[in-house]
Design a protein around this ligand. Structure first.
Ligand code: FE2
Length: 284
């Protein structure tokens, strides 16, 4: 699992409003960036666009993670080979340290709902998802990371917990885990489980990257994973607890709404390092 961000310190989800900061000032507060894969994947037969050329320039100075939103690994649709080929082309062009997507489904029968929807945690779904994940990793010729979701509903048919499902998916496929601690917190509040029980039960050696983000509060107190606010104190506390108990894994902040100027976001990123400084050196 040497392609992970273990021991890599702080990163950030790179968004266009901060491109000039990275091109002109090369901030030292992060050593790696993550971008959304689909924003840089070329369409078949088309020339690569200016956004990709910007990414190439930034890639010269930073390690890279590619984070997808369209794999739809939990859908009953078969694996989309055209999508995978475009992703493979991007991987070959950018040589990322990690390639990741979500434990979710985003549509069915070719229809894309543009949302990350939860799957039922059943043996049938586990077997199906693991089979698709095997196909994906074989096609790409590399291990990928799967991110735990945030969710607002649960399925009555589920017969295992989310953390049991994820642990078994990792055991069956050898994939890694992109641990989103805000997603754990959001789902723990929405569904009434203990976030530390979830985090404690994970296969820690497989955790190759950590996401932190802010969320918002919807009607009836439901938490919604909106990425439009600073990381809340409870999520910072869980992050500090996780790295102190299970070792420092490269951690980044995702911000997709109300994105502040770089200096403001950077001051939040510096808090990641504070957690590492307090953490013992643990290698799993
Ligand atoms: Fe995330």
């Amino acid at each position: 699992m040497n392609s992970f961000f273990k021991g890599m310190g702080a990163g950030v989800g790179l968004r266009p409003c901060h491109y000039s900061e990275f091109l002109n000032h090369k901030p030292k507060s992060v050593s790696w960036v993550e971008v959304i894969s689909e924003n840089f994947m070329a369409w078949k037969g088309c020339e690569i666009g200016p956004a990709f050329k910007t990414l190439q320039q930034i890639r010269n100075d930073y390690e890279l993670g590619l984070h997808g939103v369209s794999l739809s690994i939990g859908s009953i649709d078969p694996v989309d080979k055209d999508y995978l080929q475009r992703l493979k082309d991007l991987i070959e062009r950018t040589q990322p340290r990690t390639v990741s997507d979500h434990l979710c489904w985003t549509g069915v029968d070719g229809y894309n709902v543009h949302d990350l929807l939860p799957v039922p945690y059943t043996q049938e779904c586990l077997d199906w998802t693991a089979d698709k994940l095997d196909q994906v990793q074989n096609f790409l010729g590399r291990q990928i990371l799967i991110e735990n979701p945030s969710s607002y509903i649960e399925f009555k048919k589920s017969d295992m917990t989310e953390w049991e499902f994820i642990a078994e998916l990792i055991r069956k496929t050898g994939c890694g885990l992109l641990l989103d601690i805000n997603n754990v917190y959001v789902s723990s509040v929405n569904h009434g489980f203990d976030a530390k029980t979830y985090l404690n039960s994970l296969p820690h050696a497989a955790v190759g990257q950590i996401h932190l983000a802010g969320h918002s509060v919807g009607t009836n107190g439901i938490l919604i994973d909106t990425h439009d606010a600073p990381v809340c104190d409870q999520v910072w506390d869980l992050h500090r607890w996780y790295v102190q108990n299970f070792g420092s894994v490269g951690t980044m902040i995702e911000r997709d709404g109300n994105i502040p100027e770089w200096s403001v976001l950077e001051s939040e990123i510096l808090k990641i390092g504070e957690a590492y400084n307090e953490a013992p050196l643990i290698t799993l």
